[in-house]
Write a protein that binds this ligand. Structure first.
Ligand code: HEC
Ligand code: HEC
Length: 373
């Protein structure tokens, strides 16, 4: 029954796409870009279990104050509920924390898409970047090889001795377990309002031009004209964090910038056309991930939909496809209902969360200087 409904839904969508494509109303999507259920990747249980403990372990930050899970909290679909994230103690973040659900299936990472290789690199960046966890990986290795629980877990996972390389593999293995499941959209249990919203999304509201595929993203960068978050420029601590980042990324004139330049930070396109572009985010699990956009400027999904209804923001680089939509109040509510139907079961059980205390009260290795790694 459920499966039939999904199949019918997909069939209706394919049909609508073909028809609309012929009429020129909405873009025709290539195969693989249809909105549909997320396929869970295979993972190795022992490696993922090790990755889970590492994800919740504060010793992965320089001063052992924050873990990955400090910012990526399971009950908020691995976000933090803040407009702009926290950062390593003494600094403050300038971006909204994205969900990590389905991140294992993404093709690039961070709001500006500056990492397009793999999650191994994202993990390294998150641990070593001075405003994120600020830990030298050599020190990390020394810390974890002192902990007998890790020594055992690395061995059980087939990695041998605790090592940097294995940390950068085990955390991504854990991230593969964080996959959407049970959303009304996938189980065919959408409300009538959500169904009407789906028709708008794939039809006259034009959302599917950028939000396509199982994760509802084309993984490309676009400028939608989201207003700047003034806290980045008014709060000296946040501003310093931004300036350090922009300087490190080689952006000229970074002390005078008063905007987040988005993907321009790494592609430095001379014509300036990528200033203010950000990677299209996934639209799954939005129920748990407010506030929205790269800088948390919108508190609710209704605000986001009204923003699009007005044709997006005001920016010379704004994508030409964003135009006032003329949606009624009811239609905007229907779009919100559709967006909500893309949220599934919370991933808050022991499969996903390291629930025990991570004890650091173990006997010191007496001859640790002589123990090889
Ligand atoms: C201080 C808060 C904080 C901590 C700690 C943190 N993150 Fe993040 N994470 C963020 C923010 C903010 C972003 C978005 C950064 C950007 O766009 O520049 C992010 C982005 C990501 C992304 C990319 C998601 C996407 O869809 O683009 C992944 C994956 C990720 N973090 C994993 C981790 C892992 C693994 C750890 C621990 C090793 C970690 N994070 C620690 C705040 C944090
Ligand atoms: C031209 C491409 C494009 C179109 C068309 C488009 N979006 Fe987006 N969408 C984006 C980009 C890019 C972002 C991220 C912008 C940012 O963070 O500054 C985004 C962000 C969002 C977010 C915030 C998600 C989050 O986690 O913060 C929602 C919700 C959303 N879009 C819904 C829609 C809806 C509904 C429509 C149709 C009315 C639509 N989008 C049309 C590209 C597009």
């Amino acid at each position: 029954m459920k499966n039939n409904r999904i199949r019918n839904g997909v069939a209706r969508w394919l049909c609508a796409t073909a028809l609309a494509g012929a009429l020129g109303a909405v873009p025709t999507l290539a195969s693989g870009q249809e909105i549909g259920p997320v396929q869970a990747p295979e993972f190795d249980a022992a490696k993922a279990e090790l990755g889970k403990r590492l994800f919740f372990d504060r010793r992965l930050s320089g001063d052992a104050a924050i873990a990955c899970a400090t910012c990526h909290q399971p009950d908020k679909a691995f976000t933090d509920g803040l407009a702009l994230s926290k950062a390593y103690p003494g600094s403050d973040g300038f971006r909204n924390t994205p969900t990590l659900i389905n991140t294992a299936l993404a093709k690039n990472w961070f709001h500006d898409g500056r990492i397009g290789t793999n999650l191994n690199d994202v993990t390294r960046e998150s641990i070593t970047e001075d405003y994120i966890m600020n830990l030298d990986m050599r020190l990390m290795q020394e810390r974890i090889k002192q902990d007998p629980v890790y020594v055992q877990m690395f061995a059980d996972a087939g990695y041998g001795e605790p090592s940097n390389g294995a940390v950068r593999k085990a955390i991504p293995e854990y991230l593969k377990t964080l996959i959407s499941r049970g959303s009304p959209f996938d189980t065919g249990q959408m409300s009538d309002a959500a169904r009407r919203g789906y028709e708008l999304f794939t039809g006259k509201a034009g959302c599917v031009a950028c939000h396509s595929g199982p994760l509802l993203t084309d993984e490309a960068r676009h400028n939608t004209g989201v207003p700047e978050n003034p806290d980045i420029w008014n709060d000296p601590i946040r501003h310093m964090t931004w300036a350090a980042y922009a300087s490190f990324m080689g952006v000229e004139n970074y002390m005078n910038l008063r905007r987040d330049v988005g993907a321009y930070i790494w592609d430095h396109k001379a014509d300036g056309s990528t200033v203010g572009t950000f990677i299209t985010p996934t639209l799954r699990e939005l129920k748990y991930t407010a506030p929205y956009m790269h800088n948390g400027m919108f508190d609710s999904l209704f605000e986001v939909v009204s923003f699009y209804n007005e044709g997006g923001g005001d920016d010379p680089n704004k994508d030409a496809r964003l135009k006032p939509l003329g949606l009624s109040f009811g239609e905007q509510k229907d779009l919100v209902a559709f967006l909500e139907s893309l949220s599934g079961d919370p991933l808050t059980g022991p499969e996903f969360v390291w629930e025990g205390e991570i004890s650091t009260n173990y006997p010191a290795i007496e001859n640790w200087r002589d123990v090889s790694n």
